[in-house]
Design a protein around this ligand. Sequence first.
Ligand code: NAI
Ligand SMILES: CC(C)[C@@H](O)CC[C@@H](C)[C@H]1CC[C@H]2[C@@H]3[C@H](O)CC4=CC(=O)CC[C@]4(C)[C@H]3CC[C@]12C
Length: 368
Amino acid sequence: MASSTQAQKLVYLVTGGCGFLGEHVVRMLLQREPQLQELRIFDLHLGPWLEELKTGPVQVTAIQGDVTQAHEVTAAVAGAHVVIHIAGLVDVFGRASPKTIHEVNVQGTQNVIEACVQTGTQFLVYTSSMEVVGPNIKGHPFYRGNEDTPYEAVHKHPYPRSKALAERLVLEANGRKVHGGLPLVTCALRPTGIYGEGHQIMKDIYYQGLRLGGRLFRVIPTSVEHGRVYVGNVAWMHVLVARELKQRAALMGGQVYFCYDKSPYKSYMDFNMEFLGPCGLRLVGTRPLLPYWLLVLLATLNALLQWLLRPLLLYAPLLNPYTLAMANTTFTVSTNKAQRHFGYEPLFSWEDSRTRTIHWVQALEGSA
Ligand SMILES: NC(=O)C1=CN([C@@H]2O[C@H](COP(=O)(O)OP(=O)(O)OC[C@H]3O[C@@H](n4cnc5c(N)ncnc54)[C@H](O)[C@@H]3O)[C@@H](O)[C@H]2O)C=CC1
Ligand SMILES: CC(C)[C@@H](O)CC[C@@H](C)[C@H]1CC[C@H]2[C@@H]3[C@H](O)CC4=CC(=O)CC[C@]4(C)[C@H]3CC[C@]12C
């Protein structure tokens, strides 16, 4: 826990604080925000691990709530100095309806903004996504791009659409007068594919490999690069932005920042093998084992099956038309805007990020 001679006087609210990224942000705040007096964690599903956090010098307040319910959000925000809005439905597998995704990701974000305005909270950090930019529906590559790189951000899928709409709401709210007359200062962080301890997709792929006798099969060319970023560095960027937003409002207010670190550019599966390989899995094939048209057919069949089975059960495999298109389109970022604007440097090296993730996979049930 952070201890400092600095007066502990700030109240932070983290929405979605019990999720994959949220938990890392909560723990990072408790470790590295010396001015923290109270940390409120607002989530639809509270984790049992929160109890262990209540023994430190910072008051930890767990709030079970739904961002789609404006009154619940307003009650949680009231009195907070900083809101870090992480809560969202991260669904590209067809589990939730487009309506639900919009309600949570867009209306939920609007509720957070209005709560800040109504209660006088001045600083709002939003967890956006690379998906706000792309890959777009045309499959255009985004190669080592930055926050200013021109790119035709065209989305049909409910998830990227919702993130793009929510991000726009947050950025447009910058400068609005909050209760008490001070300006609202907002900014949005765009992580690329986050990995690390607690990443559910990595866990799913690992167990899929175990079920296939320790093998995974290459379906995407090694040449397709996907940007990835370690969850600890994403958490650190959130903590830093929330701290610096107060002193650098004129520069940072209304800005977007990609989340980045020194994680290598690789295809999605080659990158995953950095962690799954040392845990006993093998990626079969130096080239895709199936022609792309067959993959498209299989992905489409999965989508059809999902639709047919929906009245009976939820069938949501990793492979669907959207995830295939995502995996098959290069999207990497190369930027230093966060470093230039608020002095961000990754807290965890690539080697440390890799080791921590490997240890997490090794500790999973059933690990060799
Ligand atoms: N996982 C990734 O690779 C990336 C994630 N992001 C963004 O980061 C944020 C967190 O993502 P993850 O941690 O991966 O997802 P997650 O699903 O692990 O965490 C989301 C959290 O939000 C909570 N939540 C969902 N609906 C809610 C509601 N109606 N009211 C209150 N809480 C609700 C969930 O209970 C969960 O704890 C999301 O906004 C996502 O769009 C952005 C880029 C990459
Ligand atoms: C079945 C194979 C084609 C396999 O390779 C599919 C991988 C697929 C599940 C992932 C490929 C790219 C991922 C997405 C990307 O990292 C960007 C994301 C940003 C977010 O805001 C949320 C997660 C995600 C959409 C991420 C989801 C998993 C992939 C589609």
